[in-house]
Write a protein that binds this ligand. Structure first.
Ligand code: MN
Length: 738
């Protein structure tokens, strides 16, 4: 093996050459003080990296110099950024500490380099680090956006020199670039950098396709050149006649966008190779530029017919990224559409360098750094603004691909992190417990959505509250975050306690009228007789009107003691009741129990409620569906798909309410409706969803939808309704099709 001699003297000369090339493009670092700072950073970096080499074998210092050059030349950044770019890898890879940086340069430099160190290190796409990394990027962004710009320069240089890396590393870095950095560059208006990042990524993720496109582009170059010359000839003449100073550039679509057309749209290369844009760049004073651009437009359309649908006027209303240009697509004599972009030199500069070029064109009163801060602030505003654009920005990052977390915005643009599957209600509790308790829904991206709406990354969520709202037990099935669940449980417990107190008072009054003493023996007798487990449970049912104290079960009162007849005493029921055994083995679904993580829903064909005999049916796409055993579809399901049927039982859920349809008939009597609704709302504490009547020849028929807790509650309601004078029948609607 030949020993490679390294000519250190030649290398040192090369380092200096590269450094001088950097200085030549530091357009904004003109003062001696600026130059001295850059020199100091360069010397510190050279010294710190002196024993390090890149994978290619080159001295490591080439890399920071190149990154600084991109920052200055392609991003138009000023002294502080160049200093930080030169030092960007020192804290992570060398002995130099953040304290050293602060001592020798300053606090701001420390913050920027700290940010760069934090987001460095290649994240693994398959792990959640990626999400965390992204979050850090967003967070450091609010410290100083220069961190992001230098990071982009760093990434661009790494991509340009990726050849020397191991294949697996190439793939990882290239995919990450495509996934995060290219969209970021795009959003910052750095179109050139975005295109280069995309093309370079493709070079490593699909080298064969990349080479193929490059070869084909080279082969077709001559045809394109001839076409462009012919196409622009009449335009040149017209513009010359008008005395306009201009430059015409043409560019084919980027390799990456050609690749996308071929691979996602299935368009063959031959149909796209001649798709290119002609760009006419005007040298004209800023106050003239709009008029002049339209003069060019008029000249172009004198020769070629424009497509009326494809005129884009981003001069009158620039894009949110600051992009200004006039685009039109015209028909060439050979029958091809050609896009023509018309813009001033200033606009072109902005399009190439993004906001970074603004400093050149803004009034010269302010110092360069303060102008820089201004546009940094602008970028930050764009990124943080709670507008559709911010959502689009996040969209670009395909955050939904992150498997574990979603990122959601508050109306004021604050970023919140939630687990995937979180609902608007989870979000409400994340903001504040009180907001959670009073949540009635939300506006998600300005659209009204219910509590159970599942959020996606990039959503902007405004919670709607009502003072009348209170936590419900079925909320436990809506939230997925542990903290929201805990808060709801606590609130429900508190509420149950309060309601029980009312029931306790009602029972005390009944004790008085029965002339028995208030004591544990008598209370226990009641609790047992009514099949309750605890006194609190019993009080609660009284308060809710589900145990009636007016008409007590058969009993005797003897010497201050109440005794209920033995045969009417209900057995001590378990909290849960197994109500059906389906013809299959397997686990039992505990419906309504929040401890069990089973995804079930109540089928709409028979709308089961607790107390109904039910079974679970495993569906292909909607998890387990709970049907009543007498559901019209039950037989078919059980016979054909017995293996998909599982046992189900209800757990006690005192506060959960279920929809039930009732039909009733009676003699048409004035005030009957009033009586019925009175029973429902006052006596029984039942919520009514809908009611409809039809009266004919003295007979009426009606339907209503009510919310009940279980069959016990429902039967009680039916009995009370039947007791109303004039009511003939009250029946549950067995199926919504009945
Ligand atoms: Mn680096």
């Amino acid at each position: 093996m030949a020993k490679i001699e390294i000519d250190l003297e030649e290398e040192n000369r090369e380092i200096l050459r590269r450094y001088r090339a950097l200085l030549r493009v530091c357009y904004r670092s003109k003062t001696r003080a600026d130059r001295a700072r850059i020199r100091k950073a360069f010397e510190l970096s050279v010294d710190a990296h002196k024993d390090m080499r890149r994978k290619s074998g080159e001295p490591y210092i080439y890399h920071p110099i190149a990154v600084a050059k991109i920052a200055a030349e392609e991003l138009g950044l000023a002294t502080m950024s160049i200093v930080c770019a030169l030092l960007h890898d020192t804290v992570e890879d060398t002995e130099i500490t953040l304290d050293d940086i602060q001592r020798q340069f300053g606090k701001k430099e420390r913050v920027i380099i700290d940010g760069l160190t934090k987001i460095s290190g290649v994240a693994d796409l398959s792990s959640s680090d990626q999400a965390e990394n992204f979050r850090k990027m967003l967070l450091t962004l609010s410290d100083d956006v220069r961190v992001i710009l230098i990071k982009l320069a760093d990434r661009l240089h790494n991509m340009r020199t990726l050849d020397h890396m191991r294949r697996d590393k190439q793939l990882k870095i290239a995919s990450e670039t495509l996934f995060m950095y290219a969209p970021l560059a795009h959003r910052l208006g750095l179109y050139n950098i975005k295109t280069e990042l995309e093309d370079l990524s493709l070079k490593f993720t699909d080298p064969a396709a990349y080479d193929d496109i490059i070869t084909k582009l080279q082969k077709t170059q001559a045809v394109r050149t001839r076409f462009i010359n012919q196409f622009t000839l009449p335009i040149r003449r017209a513009l010359d006649e008008q005395g306009l100073i201009y430059e015409i550039k043409s560019r084919t679509k980027s390799i990456f966008s050609i690749y996308n057309k071929i691979h996602t749209k299935g368009v063959p290369f031959e149909e796209i190779y001649d798709l290119f844009a002609i760009r006419i760049i005007l040298k004209t004073p800023q106050e003239q530029e709009k008029t002049d651009c339209w003069r060019v437009y008029s000249a172009v359309t004198d020769f070629y017919v424009p497509s009326t649908e494809r005129l884009r006027d981003w001069i009158s209303t620039p894009k949110s990224s600051g992009y200004e240009s006039l685009h039109t697509t015209v028909m060439s004599p050979t029958g091809k559409w050609v896009e023509v972009q018309i813009r001033s030199e200033r606009m072109d500069d902005l399009a190439e360098k993004g906001y970074a070029a603004h400093w050149k064109y803004k009034d010269a009163v302010e110092s360069p750094e303060s102008k820089l801060d201004k546009w940094l602030g602008q970028i930050r505003d764009v990124l943080e603004a709670p507008s559709d654009n911010a959502i689009e920005f996040i969209d670009n990052f395909k955050l939904s691909l992150f498997s574990e977390e979603i990122y959601v915005f508050t109306p004021s643009g604050d970023l919140k992190t939630l687990p995937v599957g979180s609902t608007t209600l989870d979000f409400a509790f994340l903001i504040h417990s009180q907001i959670g308790y009073q949540c009635i829904g939300a506006k998600v991206n300005h659209k009204l959505e219910p509590l159970s709406h599942k959020l996606s990354s990039g959503d902007q969520v405004e919670i709607l509250t009502s003072k009348k709202q209170r936590p419900k037990e079925d909320w436990l099935n809506i939230v997925i975050t542990a903290s929201a669940r805990q808060k709801i449980k606590t609130a429900l417990k508190e509420e149950k306690k309060q309601i029980s107190e009312e029931g306790k008072e009602m029972l005390k009054r009944r004790f008085n009228s029965l002339k028995i003493t208030w004591g544990s023996k008598n209370i226990d007798e009641f609790v047992r007789a009514y099949g309750c487990v605890t006194a609190v449970d019993f009080y609660f049912k009284i308060a809710k009107g589900r145990i009636e104290l007016k008409k007590l079960k058969p009993h005797t009162v003897e010497a201050d003691r109440i005794r209920f007849d033995k045969n009417t005493q209900e057995k001590h029921e378990e909290i849960t009741r197994i109500v059906t055994t389906a013809p299959s083995t397997g686990d039992t679904v505990l419906i309504g129990d929040d401890k069990q993580k089973v995804d079930f829903s109540l089928s709409v064909c028979c709308s089961p409620i607790p107390g109904d005999e039910v079974f679970g049916f495993i569906t292909v796409s909607e998890g387990i569906k709970i049907h009543r055993t007498n559901c019209p579809n039950a037989q078919e399901l059980m016979s054909k798909y017995a293996y998909r049927v599982i046992k189900a039982k209800w757990s006690s859920n005192d506060l959960v309410q279920f929809e039930v349809g009732l039909k009733f008939s009676g003699t048409d009597d004035v005030g009957l409706v009033q009586k019925i609704t009175n029973i429902i709302s006052t006596d029984m504490n039942v919520n009514m969803r809908a009611i409809s009547f039809e009266a004919r020849d003295g007979i009426f028929e009606g339907k209503m939808v009510v919310l009940v807790h279980d069959t016990e509650h429902l039967n009680h309601l039916i009995k009370n309704l039947q007791d109303v004078d004039g009511v003939l029948t009250v029946d549950r609607i067995e199926s919504e099709f009945a």
